[in-house]
Ligand binder design. Structure first.
Ligand code: FAD
Ligand code: NAI
Length: 467
């Protein structure tokens, strides 16, 4: 292409995960000429293909199985024999994934977003190569996502030593699943296989699970999981994994040093975090800078150090969450169309889709202490809620943190049934700068789980009614 000819597109988005595809759709809605490059056979990125969607399909199926096998008899429902058709369960997961990825393809057609099939590589700061063709654009958005962090001595084959990708594809329920890393992936996918009958042992480097969660909630979470049969080995590290005829032998050492032991597993799930993925992208040719952890460096408006190249989602700083990537995609698309796109990082909810679910938004108690912020706490247990009792789901509580002087909501943490849905109200309240009293004075329908949120808000001032 000559120096003087017009660019092929207004915007080229690289990567079609929730950051990239949402960005492409929003930019097209705003009248821009948009292409999205994706090297996978299907659109939707990690989230739709090997992340959020398949994991939630298996979490739902395994929860249904577990209820049929264990919980329904409490409700007076007797099922003579509950059987597992794992092949069908996996096939259903595939159908759910296909419906979602095809949905994005439909949305691209509807919004006239061009899908450039293949891997994008920057030839320079103004041109990329995709499958041997060069393309130019007024702006490029890097949305190439993330991949699983490897561990020295633990070689992944995606059959017996798996990342989340292999753990979503197992063809048989392992007798003993060992999970390395007590984070979100380990506990969600550990729950899937535990419910289907596996023994699950979780090995975690730190002396607690889910390090980003409020400690009180994480402690309660560990107790609930232990009640479900999870075994935890905290303060421990895996130093080697040896494949044998029948399974895997893991060498495990105390994190702070000491004698090693061995643990036998049928399947090992490696889930110790994800890293920003930019392999083969040619960032050097474009001159785009990365930080010490390989993330693309951006300013508060997603701009890299190179004019007209932006980055969003897992490949930049911040929580690796689909909805964070989506909101950044919308914000940058709007900014490119001369609007005022913006993301409020203080109001991004996060949810662990175990049962009970765990959800949070805003600051943890530890973060407030570290910042020297004076706060009040309101707590209310699901055990004291009529609907939770009717459901037979009384584990957990809602915890609300409010500024001691102004009563403004600073953080909210829920462990309990449907916590992921309940957190939306508190996210809205934080977004609108509400106080705990505001939430406590809102009329909540009876009998619903949301009354626990209202009671926890009232409890900030010691005014809860049903305890
Ligand atoms: P991605 O979704 O990773 O998409 C990036 C895309 O870019 C990929 O399709 C990749 O093929 C493509 N790509 C990369 N390089 C190139 C290139 N050079 N050329 C062309 N294409 C390229 N988050 C939640 O919020 N909720 C959940 O329940 C949840 N569950 C998860 C479960 C699992 C098992 C995993 C692994 C993750 C989960 N996540 C969840 C995290 C979520 O998937 C990510 O935060 C999200 O997908 C990030 O979106 P993204 O658009 O930044 O990147
Ligand atoms: P994570 O960061 O949530 O947890 C990793 C855990 O592994 C931490 O507890 C860490 O202390 C531990 N660890 C690190 N190195 C270790 C070692 N050598 N040995 C033992 N333990 C070690 O990472 P995870 O679970 O892999 O998930 C990656 C990302 O994917 C998360 O950051 C999350 O944002 C996203 N995700 C989100 C989901 C959701 O929103 N429901 C579901 C699944 C993933």
């Amino acid at each position: 292409m000559s120096e003087t000819s017009a660019p092929n597109f207004d915007v080229i988005v690289i990567g079609s995960g929730p950051g990239g595809y949402v960005c492409a759709i929003r930019a097209a809605q705003l009248g821009l000429k948009v292409a999205c490059v994706e090297k996978r056979e299907t659109l939707g990125g990690t989230c739709l293909n090997i992340g959020c969607i398949p994991s939630k399909a298996l979490l739902q199926s395994s929860e249904n199985f577990h209820q049929a096998a264990h919980s329904l008899k409490d409700h007076g429902i007797l099922i003579a024999e509950v059987g597992l058709d794992l092949k069908r369960m996996q096939a259903r997961k595939g159908e759910v994934v296909a419906a979602n990825t095809k949905g994005v393809e439909f949305l691209f057609k509807k919004n006239k977003v061009t899908w450039l099939k293949g891997a994008a590589k920057f030839n320079s700061a103004t041109e990329i190569d995709v499958a041997g063709s060069a393309y130019t654009a007024k702006s490029f958005i890097i949305a190439t996502g993330s991949d699983s962090v490897p561990l020295k001595g633990v070689e992944v084959d995606e059959k017996r030593i798996v990342t989340s990708t292999g753990a979503l594809e197992l063809e048989a329920v392992p007798k003993h699943l060992v999970v390395i890393g007590a984070g979100v992936i380990g506990l969600e996918l550990g729950s899937v296989w535990r419910r289907l009958g596996a023994e699950v042992t979780v090995i975690e480097f730190l002396d607690r699970i889910t390090p980003t969660l409020d400690t009180e909630v994480a402690t309660a979470f560990q107790k609930v999981l232990a009640k479900q049969g999870f075994k935890f080995k905290l303060g421990a590290k895996v130093t080697a994994a040896k494949l044998g005829d029948a399974g895997v032998t893991l060498t495990v050492e105390p994190a702070k040093g000491g004698a090693a032991e061995t643990i036998e597993a049928d399947v090992v799930l490696l889930a110790i975090g994800r890293y920003a993925y930019t392999a083969g992208l040619g960032l050097d040719a474009a001159g785009v800078e990365t930080d010490e952890r390989g993330r693309v460096k951006t300013d508060a408006h997603f701009a890299t150090n190179i004019p007209n190249i932006y980055a969003i989602g897992d490949v930049i700083t911040g929580p690796m969450l689909a909805h964070k990537a989506e909101d950044e995609g919308v914000a940058i698309a709007e900014r490119l169309a001369d609007q005022a796109g913006h993301v409020n990082y203080g109001a991004i909810p996060s949810v662990v889709y175990t049962w009970p679910e765990v959800a949070s938004v805003g600051a943890t108690e530890e973060e407030l202490k570290a910042a020297g912020t004076e706060y009040s706490v309101g707590r209310f247990p699901f055990l004291a809620n009529g609907r939770a009792r009717a459901m037979g789901d009384t584990d957990g509580f809602v915890k609300i943190l409010a500024d001691k002087t102004t009563d403004r909501l600073l953080g909210a943490h829920i462990i309990g049934p449907d916590a992921g849905t309940l957190i939306a109200e508190l996210t809205t309240a934080i977004e609108f700068g509400a106080s705990a009293e505001d939430v406590g004075r809102i009329c909540h329908a009876h009998p619903t789980l949301s009354e626990v949120v209202k009671e926890a808000a009232l409890a900030v001032e010691g005014r809860a009614l049903h305890i």
